[in-house]
Each structure stands twice: as C-alpha cells, then as structure tokens.
Design a protein around this ligand. Structure first.
Ligand code: ADP
Ligand code: MG
Length: 715
C-alpha cells in the first residue's frame, strides 16, 4: 500500500510524536498544520560537514558556510539609531566578528556557548575580520554528514533540528509514496522516484542526492501548475463561445487592408506576422486570449488597431484600454488621426437608409474617469446602441453600467498595470453568450519561461523587430555633480538645435502628494536655474485633465522645449522630436520602468540620449543602472531583472494565495518549466480529463485548489 499525499493532508501534525499543543502552535505559525505541510516544508539548504570552511583559511571577500561557537555578544545603537548586535564567534582556528543591523533578537539568540552555522561574506572593516548580517542557523548537535537546515522562525520557537526530527518520523511512518509519473516520463527526464525524492530532500546521504531529490520534487510542482493552466486553457477553448470574425484572405479584410495602405510607412515583417497570428485567432469560433510582447517602440499600436478594425468591419465594436489617462488620451488622438475619413456600413435600425449600402464615418471615442457626466451618459447610450465603433479608455471602461451593443475585440495596453480581475471583468462585457477576443499588449518583456507560468493561459506573439531608421539610444550614467552639469548642457544644446527633452522627477513611493511636491520643486529649481529661459512644462498626477491635455498638446506641437514630469509619461507617450531623456535619482526606479522611460526618446531618426542621474543607493540599484547603460534590448533587461529580483515579484504581482512553488524557481529552473509544459501537454493530449491520471488530478486539486489557482486562471 503506497501512501497518497492527499492522505497525509488529512492528518494533523499532532499525530507526530513530540508535537503537542505548544509545538503545534509554533508549527502553525510556519504554516505547518498537516503532516503533508511538514513533508513539504523543505530544508533551506544543507550543511556539508565534509566541506565546511575553516575561518583561518577564508579569504577576504569569500562567501562560506562555517560552523562556529558563540564567544560573546553585545548590543548598542548606531548613530543613526539603528540597533547593532555584535557577536564574537570562533571555529577553533580563529575568531571573527558578526555584525547584525536591525536584528535586536540576536542578542538573546546568540548566547555564549551556542553552536551555530553561519553563512556570509568575509570582509575587513577597520582592521577587523567580520561578516555583516550573515545567515544564521541553529542546528543543534546533529552528527550526520549532511545536515538539513530548515527555515525557522526565531520567534515561533521551532528549531531546525525539531523540524528534521519530525520529518524523519513522517518518512519512517509513511513508507512508500504513490508515484504519479509514468515510468517512461521519469526515465526520459532522468527523475528519481518520489519515495526516494522525499527521503533524500530531508535526509540526504550526499549533496548530490539532495540535488537529485530537489529536481524531482521541483518538477512535480511545475507540472501541477502547467497541467492546471493547460487544462483550463483547453476548457476555455472547448466551451467558451466567441465570435468567428470575417478576416478576408488572412490579411484581416478590407477595412484592415485599407488601414495598412493608408499608413505613412510599410509594416515591418514582424508586424505582418503578428497580425497574421491574431487574425487567425479572430477567425476561430472560440475567443482569442493572446499576449503580445513587443519592446518599447516596436509598433504595437498598429497591431492593436488592426485587431480592433477586424471587429468593426464585421459590425462589432472594439475597446482599447490603457493604464493611464495620459496614455488613453494619446491613443485616442493617434487613432483618430490614423482613421480619419474611414467609414463603415451603416446598420443603425433607427436610420432610414440603413442597409441601403450607405456608409457613415467610423466613430472613435474617449471615455475616462474625467469625462464630464453629461457627455459620459451620451457616450454610454451610444456604446450600448452601437453608434460607437471604437472606444479608448482607462479603467473607467470596465466600471459598472457600461454596456456594449456587441463588443468584439478588446485590447489591453501595457498589461503590467492591470489587475487580473480587471482583465476578467472586461472579458465579461461581451454581449449575449459571446466572449470578446482579448489581446493583451506589454512592453515589459517577460522572460519566456516566466510567461509560460505566469501567463500560461495565454498564447504569446512576439514583436521582435523595431521599425527601420531608429538610431540606438545612447545611455549614460551621470553619477556625480560634475556629470550633471554635462546633462543640463546637453539639454540646452539639443533644445537650441530644435529638439525637445523630458526630465523625469524622483520617484516617491510613499505618497503621490510628496511626489507632486517634489515634481513642483524640481520644476521651479530647473526653470530658475539650469533651464532658465527655456519653455518648460510640468506634468504630474494632480494636474487637472484640461491642463494636462494642454501641456501634452503643447509639447507635441513643439511649443514646449522641455517636459518635467513624474512617471505619468512612462508609457506610450510618442513625440519623435524628443531626443533627450533625463531621469533624476534613477537608481530608485526598477529596470522595466527605466526601460519604458528611456523608450520615450529614440522614436525619430535623430540620435537620442538617455541620462541616468545620481549615485546608486543600493548594490542592486547599481546593477540596474549598469544593465541599462549596457543594453537597450528589453528581453535581455528582463532577464537581468529576473536575476536581480527573483521570481517572487513576478509571481507576486498576480498571486495572492498560497503558492505551490516551494522548491521550483522560475529563474533557476527555466529549462524545467519548459519540460513541465511539454509533459503537461503530452498528458492532456492523451487524457484530456486526467481520467487515467487520477493521482495527478488529485494532486493538482490538492496543491492548486480553487483559491490558489484563481490568480492563475481568471486573468
Ligand atoms: P509601442 O510598441 O511602444 O507601442 P508604437 O506603436 O507607439 O510603439 O510605435 C512607435 C513609433 O513607431 C510610432 O511613432 C509609430 O508611428 C512608429 N511605427 C510603427 N510601426 C512602424 C513601421 N512599420 N515603420 C515605421 N514606423 C513605425
Ligand atoms: Mg504603446
């Protein structure tokens, strides 16, 4: 009889020896309530006693794990008021000092005589050898060669050795585990059996065994996620009824072709290919659910309009959602201009000549939170009765009370700003039973494997070619004040040459109010100083719409030389004559944001420059700015970003509930994400409802129950 994980999920941890009320309470704080929770509470790392470093052999700058004994500990406050605990430790060869900032509990934890494992980088400070904020694990006096080190909560009162003891008992009593993977798949991917994997992750004989075990269990996690995503995607394809749009001979149909031939340029090959992929989807009877990735400036807007026009030419409506008012207004202006003079067949029942082959102008409207009440009411009525063909807007578009006569295609621009619920809400706006086709566009490239997990329910198109004639943006880092003089000199030079510039104000996360104030101060300082005599405009979140329009309009027409702004200009703003981007306090911005901001220049034929101003305040900040200077490739930057931030943040944006990815890392296990996807597809191809894979089905439900997967699937 082999043990199913679902059975272990039924057993409370109090079933284990030595887990009474107090320990159970402490374990609960770590999220461990059932025996399964304990089994899947994995070691953070292992201490290989054959490989322990000796303090006297450590080089300065080297990172190492050392088993040491505490000699003495003291604490004080630094001049900045931070708590500082200082501990002397020895491993019998020599001593080092450990400094812990803002960890006052260390004083109680690290009493003289305590054995601990430390992991840190050896440095020399004021002549003393020391480590700052090393990782500390209390391991007790286990004598095994490989010691598992469990994440422990200092405050919870559960020690690593407690967890190790409990895990050992679980393994002993559970015996054999049921094996959900076919032998053939295991053999092909060279994965060990599950029983061995659970044993070796907790009680490995060697580091290699631990690594092999980890690989198997991580694969199981990834496979569960992929099975669920692929299954849901297929279910949607099977059951959701969409609109089978008329797309002509594959080029989108007459209206789209007319749009393309009216453009002042030729489409790039990538644009053509992607439009092809989209129209193929649109022609199908089930709703499209596609992600379009394309670097800043790759020309996503034209692709978006093409998709929207497919809907319009079939008598349906299109909606384009942007993350900010500025961008919505910008899109509305741009689209109105591009579609000037376009007509559609008039099918309005209230019109006497409807159906008589007469056309009416194609109507594009803007709808945001700032649309005045009266106009809004009229627009809503027109939308509901089909007198509007295309609507551009912000979140306001999905607020209650908006009805469409027949919403055919929805495009969501700059996805990273949109919540999952909002995406789902808009999709529900379809009239009758038909679900509209959805295209999500993002200029924040998501590494392929991450996309596969986080957006695993979407198909992906990639716009991987910039329109011709762009000159690469020269990115420079002005670290100190001397460099800054050069920055402003260049702004003045470019303006003198008839060009324009952006200045982005420091990011202030805590409050919009502070950010607005800082923007105002920056504006005043610059106009009274470095940029004196130039025509400078100011734009931030609190500027009233009418004024915002005016400022943007002036800048677009060239009536302003410089635009001082907060990140409201981050996405979409398109003024080809702007050639300088100055980002103040640049290290406070994330990579994606910097890349977006930089993308506001380099849109015309003239050479552009992006200045990153200010010292980096953290090592990560330094790495970010260096990456920006080195590369203008959004996909490369996305990989750097993933390395710096870890996958937590990527998942974090979408994920609220608990997450099954305890071992698997989207970053380290990139190739395994791909393999898991392949296996999931293979299994579901042969067995769509997992009827012959009952154990897998049970585990998907167990680990990715409704609550946990909602985030992955609704969006
Ligand atoms: P993004 O992908 O960042 O949204 P946009 O759609 O705003 O990019 O396009 C950036 C600029 O490139 C715009 O000025 C647009 O008119 C121009 N553009 C788009 N496609 C082409 C093309 N095929 N050839 C030349 N210019 C193009
Ligand atoms: Mg865009």
């Amino acid at each position: 009889m082999s043990r199913r994980l679902a059975q272990l999920a039924q057993l409370p941890v109090t079933e284990l020896k030595g887990v009474g009320g107090a320990k159970a309470g402490a374990l609960a704080k770590l999220g461990i309530e059932t025996v399964l929770d304990l089994l899947t509470y994995y070691p953070r790392r292992y201490l290989d006693r054959t490989k322990e470093a000796r303090l006297d052999e450590l080089e300065v700058g080297e990172e190492a794990t050392v088993l040491v004994t505490v000699v003495r500990t003291s604490s004080r406050r630094t001049r900045q008021g931070r708590s500082l605990v200082t501990t002397q430790v020895t491993d019998g060869t020599t001593r080092v000092e450990l400094s812990f900032f803002n960890q006052p509990f260390r004083e109680r934890q690290l009493t003289p005589g305590t054995d601990v494992v430390i992991f840190g980088r050896l440095e020399v400070f004021q002549g003393k050898r020391r480590m700052t904020n090393p990782v500390v694990d209390l391991i007790g006096d286990r004598t095994g060669r490989i010691v598992p080190v469990y994440p422990q909560s200092e405050k919870a009162g559960v020690m690593s050795w407690d967890v190790a003891r409990f895990a050992e008992e679980v393994l002993r009593r559970a015996g054999e585990f049921a094996e959900p993977l076919d032998d053939a798949v295991r053999a092909r991917l060279d994965l060990v059996e599950r029983t061995a994997a659970f044993h070796d992750i907790h009680l490995p004989e060697s580091m290699r065994d631990a690594a092999v075990a980890r690989r198997r269990l991580a694969f199981d996690e990834l496979l569960r996620v992929q099975l669920e995503l692929v299954r849901r995607k297929r279910e949607l394809e099977r059951t959701a009824v969409g609109i089978a749009h008329e797309v002509g001979d594959g080029r989108g149909g007459a209206l789209v072709e007319r749009f393309h031939s009216a453009l002042p340029y030729d489409l790039t090959d990538a644009q053509r290919r992607v439009i092809g992929e989209i129209t193929t989807d649109l022609a199908k009877g089930h709703p499209m659910h596609r992600l379009l990735q394309g670097d800043v400036g790759a020309g996503k807007t034209v692709v978006a309009i093409s998709a929207l026009l497919v809907a319009v030419q079939g008598g349906h409506q299109g909606a384009l959602m942007a993350p900010t008012e500025v961008l919505a207004e910008q899109h509305h202006l741009g689209i109105t201009a591009l579609l000037e003079g376009f007509t559609v067949p008039d099918t309005d029942d209230g019109n006497l000549f409807a159906g008589a082959g007469l056309d009416r102008p194609l109507r594009v409207v803007l709808l945001t939170n700032r649309t005045p009440a009266g106009e809004r009411r009229r627009l809503l009525a027109d939308l509901a009765e089909g007198r509007v063909d295309l609507v551009v807007g912000t979140h306001a578009l999905i607020s209650e009370g908006i009805e469409f006569a027949s919403l055919g295609v929805v495009v969501i621009d700059e996805q990273h700003r949109f919540g999952v619920e909002q995406r789902a809400a808009l999709r529900d706006k379809g009239s009758g039973a038909a679900v509209p086709d959805v295209l999500v566009m993002t200029a924040t490239p998501i590494p392929r494997t991450a996309a596969m997990t986080v957006y695993g329910d979407l198909d992906v198109s990639v716009l991987d070619e910039l329109p011709p004639g762009r000159t690469p943006i020269d990115t420079r880092w002005a670290r100190d004040e001397g460099d800054e003089l050069e920055v402003w000199q260049q702004v003045r030079d470019e303006v003198a040459a008839g060009r324009q510039a952006y200045v982005v104000c420091p990011l202030i996360d805590e409050s919009e109010k502070l950010e607005v104030r800082s923007a105002q101060e920056t504006y005043e300082e610059l106009t009274g100083g470095e940029l004196f005599g130039l025509r400078v405009g100011l734009l931030h979140g609190r500027v009233p719409t009418a004024e915002k329009d005016e400022v943007m309009g002036s800048f677009r027409r060239g009536d302003l030389d410089v635009l001082v702004a907060t990140t409201v200009i981050e996405v979409g703003v398109d003024v080809p004559n702007a050639t300088v981007m100055v980002i103040l306090d640049a290290s406070r911005f994330g990579i994606a944001q910097l890349h977006q901001l930089r993308g506001r220049v380099g849109r015309g034929a003239a050479a552009s420059v992006c200045w990153l101003v200010g010292e980096a305040t953290t090592p990560d900040g330094e790495s970010r700015l260096e990456a920006l200077v080195r590369s203008t490739d959004g996909f490369e930057l996305a990989e750097v970003d993933l390395d710096l931030r870890g996958e937590g943040t990527i998942m974090g944006e979408r994920q609220k509930g608990r997450n099954d990815l305890k071992l698997a890392s989207l970053r380290r296990d990139r190739e395994w994400v791909v393999k898991a996807r392949e296996v999931a597809v293979e299994i579901l191809d042969a067995d769509p409802d997992l009827e012959r894979h009952a154990l897998l089905a049970e585990e998907v439900g167990l680990f990715l129950g409704e609550d946990e997967t909602d985030f992955l699937l609704k969006g």
